[in-house]
Design a protein around this ligand. Structure first.
Ligand code: GCV
Length: 706
């Protein structure tokens, strides 16, 4: 028998090495190098779990898969012994209860990892107040091993800073994804509820591994059909698959559903029949899905129906739905991405103007879900002025993980740097240190709830996100929603170690490269505060000249305001006065000469010869920023090329090809924008900036053909 087993093991070890296609994400669990295995093996001899639940089973299965893979030997369940990993909660595990661990303060989702002695054996404890905490702790334990951190003397407690850590999928029911660049939707509604795709479990594991605890499954520009009983049955099957991983499902609800589905004459929130309809709808959902999360609503935005259609406020609209969900514990995420097709006010001001007077009018189970900036997920935006300005309202921060405006899946741009920039932004609302992180975690105003939402970047591509490096954006979003104080660098290092290798030379070469990638894309697309310079529709390439779209604020010229005098949007008191929406110290800063140059052209119209901090003119500085973005891509291509042989050829080749595209595109952005702005600036390019290879006419044509 022993010989037979040995032969089987030998055969298995002779399998050809698995191709690295990115499917396993950061949960790769490949065998560690021998020295690391030798260190960890005595500390992970068996998994001991008392109590039974689907979530505990998921934790056991993850530890089993992870430890067995990393240690290259089976690690299964067993009794308490030296090196055992003992998991559970005091209520389900007498072993854990007997240890009297300090778990109060960890809440429902926090966990404790501790090396201790149990019945005379040296063990590692993964303990929590609930099974989901145990699962989170199991992932954290595996992450420590995956990133080669010591686990011999653990004493580590962690609890999430934000309560709701959600993904919004912008997936249409026909399988397409709005602003999705990783294939089709993984939600194959046509096969649900009878066939539950095994990939849902992989997705759930990935989400749970970083603490994501909810997903809304359909596009915010919503199809009302998602609320039909046909789709609710499908959703219930999906919810069953995700529940063990602590993930609640949400629906993007269409405001006009009472009319379109309910056949009422109106969707007016003040109408009693409308109120009854939402209640009935909520009841019917909770009958199928008792832990349903709630609704995301995009109302009066880009053609979507909303309360304004009935002369009601955004709060009236949100509250009627919130009241229907409240008895079941559900939540409304009411989006603040609102601007009017009729209002000529600076688009950057409109959401604040509409929502700020409603502060304190939203129900407790409503979040006003606010994009990181006032325009639309640009490579860089100042933080949205609503952060800090609505103390009596629950504000959720919405960021976009799918990179609509940052090169989609062909450009290597590491988003946690952008997420951090907004979280660390000081609103000054209550003096220095009033960061966006403190607004959204509720601590600034003493709210007992909090939320961060990311627009998902996943699809049915084999590697989930369409590009290997885009996985880091999903990973980083979850890590920051759990703990906004983590640094983008730490997250990059973790992700690199888990996804490629922990080789210090590799990680030290790539982590700084990832960190700088965000500034590079700002440089070659929209430096110094420029924004929305994208060609029509696709939002991929440059179109600073576009001026023919129906609404003024859809056109890049609306934002760049380039003319013979200079460039930039005057949002100071002499212009649109958007600066006054910020706390007084910021309003003053952004209107005056000391404005940080990175936001200059967002807030001010600046003369081409304006002297910058470097002593150069604005024109020269602008041109050098574009060039520096291109230079970064070139340097990154060389860094990456030099790493050939250090990682698997599949992923190395795929990333090399994408970097080549990124260089082509960065040059395209630089040349198209500089040629266009030069028609106003009428100055030569400074030395150090390459001359464009093509004419402006060629670039204009290319944008049309894209
Ligand atoms: C879902 C931007 C995108 C739209 C998106 C919208 C939103 O305008 O281009 O595709 O619509 O934001 O956030 O609602």
């Amino acid at each position: 028998m022993l010989r037979f087993l040995t032969a089987v093991l030998l055969l298995l070890s002779m399998r050809p090495a698995q191709a690295e296609d990115g499917y396993d994400l950061w949960l790769r669990y490949r065998p560690m190098e021998a020295a690391a295995q030798a260190q960890v093996r005595p500390l992970a001899t068996a998994i001991v779990a008392q109590g039974a639940s689907a979530t505990l089973d998921a934790a056991k299965a993850e530890l089993n898969q992870g430890l067995s893979g990393l240690l290259n030997q089976p690690v299964g369940s067993g009794a308490v012994r030296d090196g055992a990993v003992v998991i559970g909660t005091p209520s389900s595990s007498p072993l854990i209860a007997g240890l009297k661990l300090p778990l109060t303060g960890l809440g429902k989702e926090g966990y404790l990892l501790r090396s201790t002695s149990l019945n005379g054996h040296a063990v590692t404890i993964i303990a929590a107040n609930s099974d989901i905490g145990v699962l989170y702790g199991s992932f954290a334990f595996l992450r420590l091993i995956q990133t080669r951190r010591p686990i011999a003397r653990l004493d580590l407690a962690s609890a999430p800073r934000l309560k709701f850590r959600l993904l919004n999928h912008w997936d249409n029911l026909d399988g397409t994804i709005e602003r999705g660049y990783a294939g089709h939707s993984i939600f194959d509604w046509q096969k649900l509820p009878d066939y539950v795709d095994p990939r849902f479990r992989v997705m759930a594991r990935a989400n749970a591994s970083v603490g994501i605890n909810g997903i809304s499954v359909n596009n915010v520009s919503a199809d009302v059909w998602m609320l039909s009983s046909l789709y609710l049955d499908k959703l219930a099957a999906l919810a069953d698959a995700l529940r063990p991983y602590g993930i609640r499902v949400y629906i993007a609800a269409k405001f006009s559903a009472p009319v379109e589905l309910g056949k009422l004459k109106t969707a007016d929130p003040a109408d009693a029949q409308v109120q009854a309809w939402w209640k009935k709808e909520a009841d019917s959902i909770y009958r199928r899905i008792p832990d349903f999360g709630g609704f995301v609503v995009k109302a009066n935005s880009e053609g979507q129906p909303g309360p304004r259609d009935y002369d009601r406020s955004q709060a009236d609209g949100a509250n009627v739905i919130a009241d229907a969900l409240a008895p079941h514990g559900g939540t409304v995420f009411w989006r603040a991405f609102v601007y009017s097709e009729k209002d000529p006010t600076d688009r950057a001001k409109q959401a604040y103007n509409e929502f700020k007077p409603l502060d304190g009018k939203f129900r407790d189970n409503v979040f006003v879900q606010t994009k990181n900036g006032a325009i639309d997920f640009q490579p860089r935006e100042p933080a949205h002025p609503m952060f800090g300005a609505m103390p009596k309202t629950n504000l959720a921060l919405e960021v976009q993980i799918t990179k609509e405006y940052l090169g989609q899946t062909t450009h290597l741009v590491y988003l946690p740097v952008l997420f951090k920039e907004v979280l660390d932004w000081d609103t000054m609302a209550k003096g220095k240190g009033s960061t966006v992180a403190k607004v959204v975690d509720g601590s600034l105003e003493g709210h007992d709830t909090s939320a961060m939402v990311g627009v998902s970047n996943i699809g049915d591509d084999r590697n989930w996100t369409g590009a290997q490096f885009s996985q880091a954006d999903w990973y980083g979003f979850g890590r920051l929603a759990w703990n906004p104080d983590l640094s983008a660098e730490q997250i990059a290092r973790e992700w690199l170690g888990m996804s490629f290798t922990n080789d210090p030379a590799f990680v030290s070469a790539l982590a700084p490269m990832m960190i700088k990638s965000r500034e590079a894309v700002v440089d070659y697309m929209t430096p110094l505060g420029l924004h929305h310079q994208f060609a029509t529709g696709h939002h991929y390439g440059p179109g600073p000249w576009v001026s023919d779209l129906a609404r003024p604020e859809w056109n890049p010229v609306y934002y760049n305001r380039a003319d013979a005098k200079g460039v930039g949007f005057d949002r100071t008191p002499t212009g649109s006065d958007a600066t006054s929406q910020y706390a007084p110290p910021l309003a003053k800063l952004f209107s005056g000469p000391d404005i940080p140059e990175r936001d200059l052209l967002w807030f001010q119209h600046v003369a081409w010869d304006h002297k910058m901090k470097s002593g150069r003119t604005l024109w020269d500085e602008l041109a050098l920023h574009y060039q520096s973005g291109v230079d970064w891509v070139r340097a990154t291509r060389s860094t990456w090329a030099a790493l050939a042989g250090q990682i698997d050829p599949e992923r190395h080749a795929a990333i090399s090809k994408k970097l080549a595209i990124q260089e082509r595109d960065a040059v395209w952005w630089r040349d198209a924008c500089l040629l266009y702005f030069q028609t106003f600036a009428k100055r030569p390019l400074p030395s150090g900036v390459e001359s464009p290879a093509k004419t402006l006419a060629v670039y204009k044509e290319r944008a049309l053909e894209w």
